[in-house]
Design a protein around this ligand. Structure first.
Ligand code: FAD
Length: 365
């Protein structure tokens, strides 16, 4: 017999935890299924020197302040500790070591909704499912000309931890986002580094008139306005948050920045001006895609395997939602400070769907 719940949340990172907290405040007792043995999402796997780009006061999940200096920028391990503690305090049934392999429509004759199947063979039945498996769970590795035959080291930014192993090496970093620039700056201290980007880098001031940009974005409402996306991204990806030090370092040529190379030939990179040189390492800071393969059988994904949704509510499956996708509703959607607002939005929409369909919001367990 399946274990029943009013809501199953898949993923116990910040998105899943914020959703669980919000669900409790709306009267639901969710089950959270998390593949890993801890409840800190992908944070333990990010690089050692990572510090948050938003200050502690703007990086808390609902109900629990981020400890320490409210205007400080917490380090990776502080985020891990915060999320671990947050999960422990949460009044929710969180089951770690439960990887979801498949979500299917519940059989006819049941109360409808979904059956969520885990790798261990357990089945959970629920009228509502929210996928909070992270907008960053599947590293995107573009098919660059010559990359397959490159004899040097190729790695994705998700595999990068610290600069030591790159000392003295010639490194080309592909990408112009926050991770690309942060890693390039760090590596430039020990290696010969070039950032290869399709567009010139775009920076956003970390602070304006002494106030963090995330606080401005929130005050002006720009970070929750879908229409602001072209304004904030220029259609060319999320801008790089910078206090001025990144821009200065790149202007000084360490790291160096060049237009994207045309191809790799053996161990050489061929630049757009035709010059070529030996490189040791190609580091792809080319972003991520959501990992939602377990929803394939539901017909909830498009031809690229991405969720069909509006604002996190499935366009094809009543009762199915998402929290934590990049630009799900706003600039802040896939960040610590934005995820709770999205969780509330999605759950309220799902509640409306249920009421319209004449179904109870809080089925007994
Ligand atoms: P994740 O942290 O990826 O958590 C998803 C969880 O779902 C994981 O625990 C995973 O084990 C689980 N899961 C996945 N598949 C399954 C399955 N099938 N069954 C069960 N469980 C599953 N945001 C900020 O606010 N500030 C920052 O400074 C910041 N810096 C970032 C730096 C980098 C390099 C990256 C990549 C992202 C950064 N972000 C930052 C963005 C975002 O906050 C993080 O990516 C964060 O980890 C996203 O949380 P999440 O809960 O949505 O996803």
């Amino acid at each position: 017999m399946p274990t029943t719940a009013p809501l199953v949340i898949i993923g116990g990172g910040q998105a899943g935890l914020a959703t669980a907290h919000t669900a409790r405040s709306l009267g639901l007792a969710p089950i959270v299924l998390e593949a890993a043995e801890q409840t800190a999402g992908s944070w333990p796997h990010y690089y050692d020197s990572l510090t948050l780009f938003s200050p502690a006061r703007r990086s808390a999940l609902p109900g629990t302040a981020f400890p320490g200096d409210p205007d400080g920028y917490p380090a990776r391990d502080e985020v891990v500790a915060y999320l671990t503690d947050y999960a422990a305090r949460l009044d929710a049934d969180i089951r770690t070591g439960h990887r979801v392999t498949e979500v299917v429509a519940a059989p006819d004759g049941s109360r409808g909704g979904f059956e969520v199947v885990t790798a261990g063979g357990e089945v959970f039945a629920a009228p509502l499912v929210i996928a909070a498996t992270g907008g960053f769970s599947r590293p995107h590795r573009p098919d660059l000309p010559g990359l397959d035959g490159f004899p040097g080291t190729v790695l994705h930014s998700c595999d990068y931890r610290r600069p030591g192993p790159f000392r003295g090496r010639r490194v080309v970093i592909v990408g112009g986002g926050n991770s690309a620039v942060q890693i390039a700056i760090e590596l430039a201290g020990v290696a010969d580094v070039t950032l290869a980007t399709r567009h010139p880098l775009r920076f956003m001031a970390q602070r304006l008139l002494g106030v963090d940009m995330h606080i401005w974005l929130r005050r002006t409402g720009l970070d929750t306005a879908g229409w602001a996306r072209p304004l904030l991204t220029g259609g060319k990806g999320t801008p790089v948050m910078d206090t001025g030090t990144y821009r200065d370092a790149i202007a000084a040529g360490n790291p160096d920045r060049r237009p994207m190379f045309t191809r790799l030939e053996g161990d050489q990179v061929v630049w757009s001006d035709g010059t070529r040189e030996h490189v040791d390492v190609v580091l792809l800071a080319t972003g991520y895609r959501p990992g939602v393969d377990h929803l394939t059988g539901l017909g909830a994904l498009d031809e690229d395997g991405q969720p069909r949704h509006r604002g996190g509510v499935s366009l094809t499956r009543p009762g199915l939602g998402y929290v934590g996708l990049e630009w799900q509703r706003s600039f802040a959607s896939a960040t610590l400070r934005g995820v709770a607002a999205d969780a509330r939005h999605v759950l309220t929409r799902l509640r409306k769907e249920m009421r319209t369909a004449g179904r109870a919001w809080t089925p007994s367990r």
